[in-house]
Design a protein around this ligand. Structure first.
Ligand code: UGA
Length: 434
């Protein structure tokens, strides 16, 4: 099938490459010439495990192209919109200017019967607003939300856990026919496929992220209680997780959630609910956000306590700057935020990360970074683990003890073997653990 993907960020680049890998003929379009050049050369412009291989193998078949010229979408039967919807600079709502620009760019190249399939996460009602413009060309409009996780994006795209097609009832049969052809492999593999109206499909995505954020903030709220009550939130989560109705996943307490999705999506969702006159329905998400942001402060407070009341002039090794492991993404990263706050309090912060240093440097050049974990740890008065990269989880407490000056480690993700660190003479401070 001939497919175009407009927007080649974390979502679009992976989608384009994965669709070509599945046998489709794909053109990915982006306004960023540098990004396009990298992708065309088979080099991902960001870190995503497995993406380089797919870009190279799909590129070698001749089925995958990238371009800065939106006219190159002409001839595709399905056009995926995969542009970003960041938080607006003026409020909590989503900035839809990229979606608008992408649709405007597509319009002159659409033929009757073509399908525009939105993948970007948008406030409910966006598709209805775009419908008139798209349908004036004779093309169809669907919303087909994407649930991929950074760090697992290629696999999540090739083997999604569900497919959601949002369509206007009058167009549903054609939308299903076209998208079933796109996702033929996943459908043959038995992937559940739900056909909904446009508003439901838009809501599925925001509701899913709101639920995940709520689950994380729930366990972080329990961590806050555990901290004063002398309970252990990791054991609590294990015990809760055995109830299949609750489940153990996304119950890891720590420094909280970040990234380019969960934080801005819950804010945009509350803003949209207000617009719809149902602000009270999602007011709890404001609390979810507040709990989440308090965890960053909590880590900073723990650092101040650990250093006897002030971090001023103390060397603090910050392990991790990305919002989660297996990603170079530092958008709204709790880890980077903790590093910046400690620096603001006068600490001599040395931050390290296997993949995130370039992005972190671009955002916060005032911090000192090193790619060498040992260098960050050397003479540190305090060690703070805030992103659970495997190499930090597997640190040997004795070896770290040879490098660091202090003997306190704050485990902002509750991933270290507490007993092993204590046995090696460390003061171990976890999140929501006695
Ligand atoms: C999230 C969703 O999980 C995807 O399903 C969705 O498609 C994506 O947003 C999106 O909207 O595009 P992602 O942002 O890649 O994916 O990250 P997650 O794996 O959801 O993690 C988000 C944050 O929550 C990370 O900072 C992670 O460290 C934190 N987290 C996760 C916790 O603090 N505790 C947990 O138990 C789980």
């Amino acid at each position: 099938m001939k497919i175009s993907v407009v927007g080649c960020g974390y979502l679009g680049a992976v989608h384009a490459a994965a669709m070509a890998q599945l046998g489709h003929e794909v053109v990915g379009v982006d306004v960023d010439a540098d990004k396009v050049e990298h992708l065309a050369a088979g080099k991902p412009p960001f870190y995503e495990p497995g993406l380089a291989d797919v870009l190279t193998s799909a590129g070698a078949t001749g089925r995958l192209r990238f371009s800065t010229d939106v006219a190159d979408v002409a001839g595709a039967a399905v056009h995926f919109l995969a542009v970003g919807t960041p938080q607006s600079t003026t409020g909590l709502g989503a900035d839809l200017s990229h979606v608008d620009a992408a649709v405007d760019g597509l319009l002159p190249h659409l033929r009757p019967g073509d399908l525009v399939a939105g993948k970007s996460t948008v406030p409910v009602g966006t598709a209805a607003d775009l419908g008139g413009r798209v349908r004036a060309t004779g093309a169809l409009l669907a919303w087909n939300p994407e649930f991929l996780r950074e760090g697992h994006a290629v696999d999540d795209t090739i083997r999604p856990d569900r497919l959601v097609y949002g369509a206007d009832p009058a167009e549903a049969d054609d939308v299903v026919r076209l998208l079933d052809e796109v996702y033929a492999d996943a459908i043959a593999a038995g992937t559940p496929r739900l056909v909904t109206n446009l508003a439901t499909a838009e809501l599925v995505k925001t509701a899913a992220n709101a639920f995940l954020a709520t689950k994380i903030s729930f366990i972080n709220a329990m961590a806050e209680i555990a901290e004063v009550a002398g309970a252990d939130v990791t054991q609590l989560a294990d015990a809760l997780g055995h109830d299949a109705r609750i489940g153990r996943r996304f119950l890891d307490a720590g420094v909280g959630f970040g990234g380019g999705c969960l934080p801005k999506d819950i804010r945009a969702f509350t803003a949209r609910a207000e617009e719809l006159g149902r602000g009270e329905s999602l007011r709890f998400l404001t609390e979810v956000d507040a709990i989440n942001l308090r965890r960053r402060e909590r880590v900073v407070d723990m650092a101040v306590d650990a250093l006897g009341g002030s971090v001023f002039g103390k060397k603090v090794a910050v392990l991790g700057v990305t919002f989660k492991p297996e990603s170079d993404d530092v958008r709204d990263s709790p880890a980077l935020d903790v590093a910046v706050r400690l620096k603001g309090l006068g600490a001599e912060v040395v931050a390290t990360d296997p993949q995130g240093i370039d992005n972190a440097t671009a955002r916060h050049p005032q911090l000192l970074y090193t790619r060498q974990t040992d260098e960050a740890l050397r003479h540190a008065d305090l060690v703070v683990l805030v992103t659970e990269w495997r190499e930090y989880r597997e640190l040997d407490p004795d070896a770290v003890g040879q490098l660091a000056r202090g003997r306190t480690i704050i485990d902002g993700r509750n991933v270290l073997d507490r007993d092993a660190w204590r046995a090696a003479g460390w003061r171990y401070v976890g999140m929501g653990r006695p």
